[in-house]
Design a protein around this ligand. Structure first.
Ligand code: N01
Length: 556
C-alpha cells in the first residue's frame, strides 16, 4: 500500500480472520482498501493469545477459511485442535498467499472514525498520525480482543512479573522454579493451568467461579484422516453452513427428555468423545429446558468425579451457579487432573475473596500467597469493548458508545442506525462467538462485499440501517435469547463480567444457518431495512480517490 494514499473505498480495522478476508474480498472486487492493525502482525486473537496451551475449540479443519479450495487443499493441519502457533502460522500463510499484508498498516491503532454527512465519507485517524478518508468503514475488531484486567486494589504494586493471557509476551514466560498465581478459570485459565503447573514450583489457582470444561479429546491427524477430510471438504463445509453453530454437527433428533436413560447416556458418550464445547449441542433442548440441561450436568459431574482424586476439590470445581453451556464450555487438555498434583493449590475465592494485590503476591481475606508471577486469565470486555475504545461518530456527531450505552443495537449485527456505510463484522447482534468465527467472518464479509459491489453498480452513495429495522432486530435477538437458559448466567455473552456494563445478551442465538438465510433474503429484497441513498453533488468521489483506487487496483 502506498504510504501517501489517503483516500480509499474502504477502511478495514483489524487484521484478524475477518479483517484479512475483508481486505482480500474487497480487493478482488477492484476496490481500494486501507487496513489498520494495532499489533505488529496479522492474526488478531491468534497474534495476542500466546499463553501456554492456547488452542482452538472448534476442529481446525472447520476453523479455517473455506473461500479458496486451493488453500484448504494445500494446508495440512497436524491435530484436531491446533495450537496457537500452528493457527498463527496458517494465518501467516494465508496472508502471504494472498498478499494481504501490503494493505495493512501495522502497529497502528485506530483512535477515531468520524462520518461526514456532507461528503458521505468516513475520516479515520490513528495513534500514528494517519488520517485516511473512505466511503466505507468496516470494523473487524473482534469479539474477544479488549483484554480485561480487573481493577483489584494494589494491582500495580506487585513487584513480580504480571501477564494477561490475552496480551501474552512474544518471548514467552519462564515459570520454572517460580511461585505462580493464575486468576481466572475461563477458557484461557483452564487451557494454560495444566502447562504452567508442569513448569512452576507451585501454582495457585484463584477461582471465583467454577466453570464447566470437557476434555478436548485432541489427537494428531494421520495422513489418511486428513486425506479423507480433504476429499469430502465441500460436503463438510455445506454441513457446517447449514448447522446451528457453523460446524458440521447437528444435535440428536430427539430431546434429552424424550429418550430412555440408556439412549441419553449413549448420546452423551458420543458427544463427550467429540470433545469440548460441542457437548452443549448433544440434544436440541439442552440449552432451553432446565430439566434437559440437568441431565447433561449430571452426566458431566459423574465424569469429573472420575478425574479428580480429592472429593472436596471436585465439589469446589463443580459450578453451581449456571446451567451447563450457558457460559462457553471450556475445551481443555488435562485441566482436572492438574489438581491431583502436589504443586497445585485451588484457592476458592467464594470462600475467601481477594482483598488486595501486594508487592509480594495476593492477599485474600484468609491469608497472603507469596508469588513471583501473576497471570491474569480474566477475560475480555467482549463484543463491544474493542469498538467502544475507538471514538466512532456517525451522523450529527453521535457517538457509538452513547448509542449503545444501554447495550448494543444493530440491524443484523451489521448496521447501526445513524452510522451510514459502517459495517461491524461478527459483532453483537450476529451469531459471532456462538458460531465458528472463521465461517462467520466469511459470511459477513461476503455479504458486505456483495452489498458494496451492488451499491457501486447502482451508483448509491450511502447505506444506513433504518431505526425500525434495528428496533425489530434487537427485539428478535432478545426474544430468542429469552427462550433459552443463557440470560440466567453471569457470562461475558451478557456483559456480566465487566462492572457497570449493561446486562444484555449480545449475540444472535437463532443459529448460524438461519441467520445466513435472513442475510440472503435481506440482500435479495434490495437490502430490506436499510435506506440506500443516491449521491449528492459533494459526495461524488474526488479525483484523488479515483486515482488512489486505480493505483491500488493496479498493484493488486
Ligand atoms: O475469559 P472468561 P477467558 N477476581 O471471561 C475470572 C474465548 N477463548 O479469557 O466467572 C477473580 O471466560 C472470572 O471469574 P467469574 C472463549 O470464547 C477461547 O478465559 O467472573 N476472578 C473467570 O473465571 C472464552 O469463553 C479459547 O467469577 C476474576 C475468568 O476470570 C472467551 O474467550 C481460549 C476477576 C475469566 O474468564 C473468554 O475466555 C481462550 C476478579 N476480579 C478464550 N475478574 C479457545 O479454546 C475475572 N475473573 C478457543
Amino acid at each position: 500500500m502506498s504510504a501517501t494514499s489517503s483516500q480509499f473505498d474502504a477502511v478495514v480495522v483489524g487484521a484478524g480472520v475477518a479483517g484479512m478476508y475483508a481486505v482480500h474480498s474487497l480487493r478482488q472486487r477492484g476496490m481500494s482498501v486501507c487496513g489498520f492493525e494495532a499489533a505488529a502482525g496479522i492474526g488478531g486473537t491468534w497474534y495476542h493469545n500466546r499463553y501456554p496451551g492456547a488452542r482452538c475449540d472448534i476442529e481446525s479443519v472447520d476453523y479455517s477459511f473455506s473461500f479458496s479450495e486451493e488453500l484448504q487443499q494445500e494446508w495440512t493441519w497436524t491435530e484436531r485442535f491446533a495450537t496457537q502457533p500452528e493457527i498463527l502460522a496458517y494465518l501467516e500463510h494465508v496472508a502471504d498467499r494472498f498478499d494481504l499484508a501490503r494493505s495493512f498498516r501495522f502497529s497502528t491503532r485506530v483512535t477515531s472514525a468520524v462520518f461526514d454527512e456532507d461528503t458521505a465519507l468516513w475520516t479515520v485517524r490513528t495513534d500514528g498520525g494517519d488520517e485516511v478518508v473512505a466511503r466505507f468503514c468496516l470494523f473487524a475488531t473482534g469479539c474477544l480482543s479488549a483484554a480485561n484486567t480487573p481493577d483489584i486494589a494494589g494491582r500495580d504494586d506487585f513487584a513480580g512479573e504480571a501477564y494477561h493471557t490475552g496480551e501474552w509476551p512474544h518471548r514467552g514466560v519462564d515459570f520454572s522454579g517460580k511461585r505462580v498465581g493464575v486468576i481466572g478459570t475461563g477458557s484461557s485459565g483452564m487451557q494454560s493451568i495444566p502447562l504452567i503447573a508442569q513448569e512452576a514450583d507451585h501454582l495457585f489457582v484463584f477461582q471465583r467461579s467454577a466453570n464447566y470444561s470437557i476434555p478436548a479429546g485432541n489427537r494428531p491427524f494421520g495422513e489418511t484422516a486428513m486425506r479423507e477430510i480433504k476429499e469430502n471438504y465441500a460436503q463438510r463445509r455445506r454441513e457446517a453452513r447449514s448447522s446451528g453453530g457453523g460446524s458440521p454437527f447437528t444435535p440428536y433428533p430427539k430431546g434429552a427428555l424424550e429418550v430412555t436413560e440408556a439412549e441419553r447416556t449413549r448420546v452423551y458418550d458420543e458427544w463427550w468423545q467429540r470433545g469440548g464445547v460441542l457437548f452443549s449441542k448433544a440434544f436440541p433442548d439442552q440449552l432451553s429446558n432446565i430439566d434437559a440441561n440437568d441431565t447433561a450436568r449430571t452426566y458431566w459431574e459423574a465424569k469429573i468425579r472420575e478425574l479428580v482424586e480429592d472429593p472436596s476439590l471436585t465439589e469446589k470445581l463443580t459450578p453451581g451457579d449456571h446451567p451447563i453451556g450457558t457460559k462457553r464450555i471450556v475445551t481443555d487438555s488435562g485441566y482436572y487432573q492438574t489438581f491431583n498434583r502436589d504443586n497445585v493449590t485451588l484457592v476458592d475465592l467464594r470462600e475467601s475473596p481477594i482483598d488486595a494485590i501486594t508487592p509480594g503476591g495476593i492477599r485474600t481475606t484468609d491469608r497472603e500467597y507469596e508469588l513471583d508471577v501473576i497471570v491474569y486469565a480474566t477475560g475480555f470486555d467482549a463484543m463491544t469493548g474493542a469498538l467502544n475504545r475507538i471514538d466512532i461518530r456517525g451522523r450529527g456527531g453521535r457517538a457509538l458508545k452513547e448509542e449503545w450505552s444501554a447495550g448494543p443495537r444493530t440491524y443484523l449485527g451489521l448496521g447501526v442506525h445513524g452510522f451510514p456505510n459502517m459495517f461491524v463484522l461478527t459483532g453483537p447482534g450476529s451469531p459471532g462467538p456462538l458460531a465458528n468465527m472463521v465461517l462467520g467472518a466469511e459470511q459477513h464479509v461476503d455479504w458486505v462485499s456483495n452489498c458494496m459491489g451492488y451499491l457501486r453498480d447502482q451508483g448509491v452513495t450511502t447505506i444506513e440501517a433504518d431505526s425500525d429495522a434495528v428496533e425489530a432486530w434487537v427485539a428478535e435477538c432478545n426474544s430468542l435469547a429469552a427462550k433459552t437458559l443463557f440470560p440466567g448466567a453471569n457470562s461475558w455473552y451478557m456483559g456480566a463480567n465487566i462492572p457497570d456494563k449493561p446486562r444484555v445478551f449480545m449475540p444472535y442465538i437463532g443459529g448460524f444457518a438461519v441467520y445466513g438465510r435472513i442475510l440472503n433474503e435481506v440482500a435479495d429484497e434490495g437490502y430490506r431495512g436499510f435506506t440506500l441513498a443516491a449521491p449528492t453533488a459533494t459526495a461524488t468521489p474526488t479525483a484523488t480517490a479515483t486515482a488512489t483506487a486505480t493505483a491500488d487496483r493496479a498493484a493488486s
